[in-house]
Design a protein around this ligand. Sequence first.
Ligand code: HEC
Ligand code: HEC
Ligand code: HEC
Ligand code: HEC
Ligand code: HEC
Length: 423
Amino acid sequence: MVSAGVVSALDLLDRSPRNVSRWRTRLCIAIMSVVWVCDLPPAMGQLAQTVATQADELPKVNKEGWTSSAVCGECHQAIHAVWQHSLHAMSWSNGVFQARYRRSIERYGEEQARACLSCHAPTVRHGGDFGVKNAVTAEGVTCDFCHSVNAVDLSDSSDPFRLTVGGSKHGPLRHAQSPAHEVQDSQLHTRSEFCAPCHEYRNANGLTVLGTYSEWKASPYAKRGKQCQDCHMPLVEGRVVALGVKRDTPTSVNLHNISGSHDIERVRGAVELKLTGYEWFGDRAWVYVSVKNKGSGHCFPTGLPMRRAELVVTIRDGAKPVDERIIPFQAVMEDKSGRVLQEEHRVFIEAARVRSDTRIKPGETRKLEISFRDIKASRLTVDAVLSYEYETEALMIEQGQERFEPVQMKFLIASVQDTMKPL
Ligand code: HEC
Ligand code: HEC
Ligand code: HEC
Ligand code: HEC
Ligand code: HEC
């Protein structure tokens, strides 16, 4: 197993362009190793083999309860191949979640920690396998969960999903027909409301901890009818079912890896950083920077408050840094006694107030005026570097030994540079 790809803060201090590509590579490794820390339980591997040896017979869907994604994947190969590397597929098994879930049990007891499973292992919502004894529960946000949803009731915050578990699968295709299961046409699957029960969360203190859906709902995208799926699940080439199962089936599928901040290029495409000008009189200068959320359908960043972006504006005299300003884009949440919360499980359960929220709204251009004083140079360079950051811990399992490892992720989104002369 990969050991923790922890990138120390010191490595990141040298932000010279020469170092950026090395820095990027190491950060990608860090992210990948976090995602891959835990293997799926062995039972799943066995299941996949059993199915493969019955190639002459169509794989069977469980009419009484949940079916493993390995069974769905026998026929829906193109979709399964992509889904299995998604964070949804690892929402239970990944080391970052595992670490915080353990912390939740230690801190609040098993009963209260069950709340985590309703989104990270959502098949517990039917059958109540809170001990995660069945392999299918460990598949996290699995095919059968999403395609057993027949309605959502967002006014019922404790139990918003309406499920039909068993032989009937709900999806966006009209007139689909399958020998393996009944097919229900569901336009809900093409709409943001489908994602909302897991991507919007108000805790027992009445605080909205995850607000991705409501951020989208208040955005110009919602008014224009652009749904979560339109950005996160674009149509790509691929057969809905394997050729051997059905010939006349659509040859494009909705991309099922559903990526967010783990897709660095997606994040880079979402924001635009500009140095729009400067003024410099005597020993005082102002630098104007704009940061636009041009492609994210919700706040940038969205999701848990630990996800933050940071802008560092530095003026230099030659190679020597003269002064620096750091501007975070982040929601900061605190508990009832006013203590800032920095761990996911504590935010979910204990957050009571938003102390500050400097995230950039969808479509918003944030204009920043950054002032510097006591400048003695006659010519300066200024650079603005925007990066994405996330700090947490992961549970690592190596040769049967478990340990918690700190994890820091940081990657460069954009950087711009200019020269300055006094007026
Ligand atoms: C049953 C609950 C559930 C549903 C339904 C659901 N999600 Fe998620 N989603 C999660 C959880 C849990 C995670 C976090 C996984 C992790 O990192 O452990 C997640 C993570 C994500 C991520 C982040 C991935 C990354 O690369 O960082 C995106 C993007 C996302 N979901 C989009 C969607 C969209 C779009 C929909 C609707 C089509 C949707 N989700 C439906 C539970 C759900
Ligand atoms: C024996 C092969 C087979 C298996 C196993 C199978 N399916 Fe299907 N599925 C099909 C076929 C065939 C279609 C119809 C495709 C078409 O008409 O173009 C289909 C259609 C679908 C649709 C589209 C429904 C719609 O109206 O949009 C969904 C969703 C779906 N399956 C989900 C699943 C899930 C989830 C599983 C596992 C629990 C699964 N399938 C297992 C063969 C299979
Ligand atoms: C997070 C929920 C989620 C998970 C997990 C998920 N799907 Fe889907 N699936 C969707 C949504 C939403 C759509 C429709 C997207 C749209 O039309 O905009 C869809 C569409 C489909 C379709 C119709 C063809 C298409 O691509 O539009 C099939 C078949 C399907 N999914 C099968 C699967 C299988 C098999 C798996 C597991 C390997 C799976 N899905 C996992 C949410 C999910
Ligand atoms: C206009 C396109 C667009 C729409 C619409 C959109 N998103 Fe996103 N989403 C993005 C981009 C780009 C990112 C990466 C930048 C960021 O983190 O904001 C992202 C990031 C995310 C993340 C990342 C957080 C993480 O853990 O990595 C989640 C979760 C997410 N989106 C869920 C949703 C949900 C749920 C909806 C619908 C309510 C939605 N998105 C609508 C473009 C979109
Ligand atoms: C309402 C659904 C929901 C509940 C309840 C929930 N989560 Fe999550 N969780 C999500 C979604 C959606 C994301 C992805 C958004 C993001 O990454 O910012 C996520 C992300 C995470 C992450 C980051 C994962 C990663 O891979 O980076 C951790 C850790 C986490 N949750 C732990 C917990 C714990 C512990 C609990 C219980 C105390 C919990 N969650 C309860 C929906 C939920």
